[in-house]
Design a protein around this ligand. Structure first.
Ligand code: ADP
Ligand code: MG
Length: 242
C-alpha cells in the first residue's frame, strides 16, 4: 500500500531523512518510535505530501507519486491518505458535524444531505453521535481528537497516518482515542502511527520501526523490538522510556 524508497529530506542544511526505505502492506499497522527530532513527523508528512522530499520515491497503492510532475494529482492523493495530528485543528466556529463533513461538501462536492448521513455514521463509529450539533469548545480533548479522526475517515482514505494522536491529551482521555484507532486497525485500515504509548504500540502494531537521526535503525515485531532489541541505540531509547 505504501512503498518508500531511498527518501531524503532536507530543511535547508539540515538533513532530516537520510535514505528511508519502507514498505507497508495492505491492512498493516506500522508504529514508528524514536526520540524527538528523529524525523518521524517529517516522514509521515512526506507520505501525505505535506512535505516534498528532495530525493527518493513514494508509491501509494502501487502508483509512484512524483510530487513535482504530479502536482495536479496531489489533492486526490491526499484524500487517499488521511492524517491525524497531535493538535486537532478543528474549525472552532463550525459544529462537530460540519467539521466532519467539511471535506465531503467542500472538496468532494457531496450534497449536504448525503454528507450528513456519512457524518452520522462516522460520529457513531467514534462514539460521538450525541455531539453532532455542539461546537469544539464544548468537547474534551479526547472527544476533539475523535472528531478529527471521523473527519479524516470521511474522505474514505486507504491509509491513515497518526502523528502522536494522544500526546496532547490528559492521561485519562488517552484510552478512548486509542480504542478508536485500535478498532480501525482491527477493521483492516493500513496505518502508520507515531506514538509514545508503548503498551498501545505493543498491542496494535504488526511492526515497530525505530528511527534515530533520520534513519531506520531497527524494525521488527513488537515482541522483538520491545523484548529483545538488537541495536544499541534502540536499547538505549527503550530503556529511557519504558
Ligand atoms: P520528530 O517528529 O521525530 O520529533 P521531526 O520530523 O518533527 O521529528 O523533525 C526532524 C528534524 O527536522 C528536527 O531537527 C526538526 O527541528 C526539523 N524540522 C522539522 N520541520 C522543520 C521545518 N519545517 N523547517 C526546518 N526544520 C524542521
Ligand atoms: Mg513529531
Amino acid at each position: 500500500m505504501i512503498k518508500i524508497e531511498e527518501l531524503h529530506k532536507w530543511f535547508g542544511e539540515l538533513h532530516v531523512l537520510k535514505g528511508i526505505n519502507m514498505d507497508v502492506a495492505d491492512s498493516e499497522v506500522v508504529v514508528l518510535i524514536g526520540a524527538s527530532g528523529s524525523g518521524k513527523s517529517t516522514l509521515l508528512r512526506c507520505v501525505n505530501f505535506l512535505e516534498i522530499a528532495e530525493e527518493g520515491t513514494i508509491a501509494i497503492d502501487g502508483k509512484v507519486v512524483n510530487p513535482k510532475k504530479d502536482i495536479k494529482r496531489l489533492p486526490g492523493i491526499r484524500q487517499e491518505v488521511g492524517m491525524v495530528f497531535q493538535h486537532f485543528n478543528l474549525f472552532p466556529h463550525k459544529t462537530v458535524m460540519d467539521n466532519v463533513i467539511e471535506g465531503l461538501t467542500q472538496v468532494k462536492k457531496v450534497p449536504r444531505r448525503e454528507a450528513i448521513k456519512t457524518g452520522e455514521e462516522l460520529l457513531e463509529k467514534v462514539g460521538l453521535s450525541d455531539k453532532a450539533d455542539v461546537y469544539p469548545a464544548m468537547l474534551s480533548g479526547g472527544q476533539k481528537q475523535r472528531v478529527a479522526i471521523a473527519r479524516a475517515l470521511a474522505m474514505r482514505p486507504k491509509i491513515m497516518l497518526f502523528d502522536e494522536p494522544t500526546s496532547a491529551l490528559d492521561p485519562e482521555l488517552v484510552g478512548e482515542v486509542l480504542a478508536v484507532i485500535q478498532e480501525l486497525a482491527a477493521e483492516g485500515m493500513t496505518m502508520m502511527v507515531v506514538t509514545h504509548e508503548m503498551g498501545f504500540a505493543r498491542e496494535v502494531a504488526d511492526r515497530v520501526v525505530y528511527m534515530d537521526e533520520g534513519q531506520i535503525v531497527e524494525e521488527g515485531s513488537p515482541e522483538q523490538i520491545f523484548g529483545d532489541p538488537q541495536n544499541e541505540r534502540t536499547q538505549a531509547f527503550l530503556s529511557r522510556i519504558l
